[in-house]
Design a protein around this ligand. Structure first.
Ligand SMILES: *[C@@H]1O[C@H](CO)[C@@H](O)[C@H](O)[C@H]1NC(C)=O
Length: 185
């Protein structure tokens, strides 16, 4: 009886300390996203801390990721943002009369977004291969695309379509976050 009680006690100690280790490593992982975003917003005031934490936390793998992993994860919202803005540009283009200045701007934008998707792929490949200088160059090119698209309209004295502008700012903000994380590597 006394031996049984001792064993039970041991089992409880082992379970308790296992749980403690598990909860400590979970808390530690959660802090990694918050810590990284805090470091990013300190090094670059344009980094939106709230958006940084929210967008990285959306991916469950961020809970166990190191800085290198977080840099890769930070590219994901850009990939979906680019797909969205590219499809917005295509929809607008298909509704715009052919051989019009707006149509040629939208054609140019579609090409820019295609290039940006390619640049983003290069940025991810560069992160995976620890070529962080190249990653920064490609990421900068990626996030320039929506700005360059808007410039295309402004150069022709036209206002950029609101649907494009609505997608362009969040995409740029995600790019700022990703670039800041890569810069910490
Ligand atoms: C930062 O991001 C949050 C969440 O997306 C947003 O609500 C807030 O307006 C953003 N702040 C700035 C200054 O853009």
């Amino acid at each position: 009886m006394a031996v049984g009680g001792g064993l039970n006690f041991m089992v409880i100690i082992v379970i308790a300390s296992t749980l403690q280790i598990a909860s400590r490593s979970l808390a530690g992982a959660g802090d990694m996203v918050a810590d990284t975003c805090a470091r990013c917003s300190r090094s670059n005031p344009n980094v939106n801390y709230t958006l940084c934490v929210a967008s990285l936390s959306e991916y469950p793998e961020s809970r166990v990721a190191d800085l290198h992993g977080l840099a890769l994860i930070s590219a994901k919202p850009l990939l979906s943002g680019l797909a969205t803005i590219a499809s917005v540009a295509k929809d607008l283009r298909d509704k715009t009369p052919p051989v019009s200045p707006a149509r040629s701007c939208l054609d140019a934008c579609m090409e820019m977004f295609r290039d940006a998707e390619y640049d983003l792929g290069s940025a991810v490949a560069a992160i995976e291969e620890w070529r962080y200088g190249d990653a920064k160059t490609s990421m900068s090119a990626t996030m320039d695309a929506p700005v360059t698209c808007e410039d295309e309209f402004q150069e022709q004295d036209m206002a950029p379509p609101p649907a494009i502008k609505a997608q362009s700012k969040p995409l740029f903000q995600q790019g700022v976050i990703s670039l800041a994380i890569i810069s910490l590597l």
